[in-house]
Ligand binder design. Structure first.
Ligand SMILES: Cc1cc2nc3c(=O)[nH]c(=O)nc-3n(C[C@H](O)[C@H](O)[C@H](O)COP(=O)(O)OP(=O)(O)OC[C@H]3O[C@@H](n4cnc5c(N)ncnc54)[C@H](O)[C@@H]3O)c2cc1C
Length: 311
């Protein structure tokens, strides 16, 4: 049995692991990937003390430090959580189960899906939710990107540096992105704007071969011949597998107090999965530290961490 299981290896989870391991708690971090959303930032400039760098590089440092202090990394998707006699049991999508005395939930947000035919089938075979990670795979190929916010607009510009042609498909006729970025988009000859259009289905055999879109005004359907489809329509929290244990708000975020305690004793939460304001890497990291120290206090019956150095 682990002292602590942390679900999520983003900024919050990996920081929590550094803190619990430094308190000599036997810690496992269960996660789908390592780095989380910070990996998607090609140039993170507002994480203090490191200088600007790729988000993947920053998160690699978090990972090395957490593992260096003794955290065990278990790759997988947690989809089940139960209270057991002396703690909690976490189930993974692959059927594995792990037990712990205390649980820290730090599994952030997941990309929203389009919900169209073929999307799930071709995920990883042409469909991607991460331009920064996968754009280089589509060098000199045709790609489509779906969305209308900053991520989609910036993603289209990034894709245009690799790809032959980029279709930017948006359901409205204007973008929710910074004016200066939209200007760059309109001046880029590799990018074709497919406005007022929604995706209907992903087409392909083994890999993506195209996407069918419909103009919502004219109802005209069109197939865009592409090898890659990037979905950039935002992020959601998915707390469905823990909602029988902890209270969530109307956005399904896990409600915590200012130390990361949830409504269930022994379960803590940190980072973007909570209602914390100004969702940022540095804030998630700080949150992870708080939740880990509070978790240590709880496991040691309130004796553990110092709350304030001046008292
Ligand atoms: C495009 C983009 C650009 C951004 N740019 C910046 C920036 O420049 N500066 C900045 O400070 N912030 C930026 N942010 C915000 C910042 O990335 C987030 O606030 C931060 O990553 C939150 O960290 P987290 O650890 O709470 O969650 P996440 O980073 O979301 O990490 C959650 C982890 O949990 C894992 N996970 C999810 N579900 C499960 C599950 N069921 N089982 C197991 N594991 C699971 C995920 O794989 C992931 O590893 C950006 C975000 C995006 C999307």
């Amino acid at each position: 049995m682990y002292d602590v299981i942390i679900v999520g290896a983003g900024a919050a989870g990996l920081t929590a692991a550094i803190y619990t391991c430094r308190k000599k708690l036997k810690t496992a971090v269960i996660s789908i990937d390592v780095g989380g959303q910070t990996n998607l930032t090609s140039h993170i400039e507002n994480y203090p003390g490191t200088g600007p760098m790729h988000g993947i590089e920053l998160m690699k440092r978090f990972q090395n430090e957490a593992i260096g202090f003794g955290a065990e990394l278990i790759m997988g998707k947690a989809n089940k959580a139960d209270k057991i006699e002396n703690g909690f049991r976490i189930g993974l999508a692959n059927g594995e189960e792990y037990e712990c005395k205390a649980l820290i939930l730090a599994y952030g947000k997941v990309p929203k899906s389009l919900g169209v035919e073929g999307e799930e089938k071709f995920m990883g075979r042409g469909v991607s939710t991460c331009v920064t990670c996968d754009a280089p795979l589509f060098k000199n190929r045709n790609v489509a990107i779906i969305g209308g916010g900053n991520s989609a607009v910036e993603g289209a510009l990034e894709l245009a540096t690799f790809s032959k042609k980029v279709y930017l498909t948006h359901r409205r006729d204007s973008f929710r992105a910074d004016e200066i970025t939209v200007e760059k988009l309109k001046n880029n000859s590799k990018i074709e704007l497919v406005l007022n259009s929604i995706p209907l289905k992903v087409i392909g055999d083994k890999n993506v071969e195209g996407i069918e879109v419909e103009n919502v005004v004219t109802k005209e359907k069109r197939e865009l011949k592409v090898d890659g489809i990037f979905i950039e329509i935002g992020y959601v929290v998915d707390t469905s597998f823990v909602q029988h244990l902890v209270k969530v708000n109307e956005k399904k975020e896990i409600i915590v107090d200012d130390r990361g305690n949830t409504s269930c004793a022994g379960i803590f939460a940190a980072g973007d999965i909570t209602p914390v304001l100004f969702k940022q890497t540095v804030i998630a990291a700080g949150d992870g530290a708080k939740a880990a120290l509070e978790c240590y206090r709880w496991l040691t019956g309130g004796k553990g961490a110092v709350l304030d150095w001046t008292h």
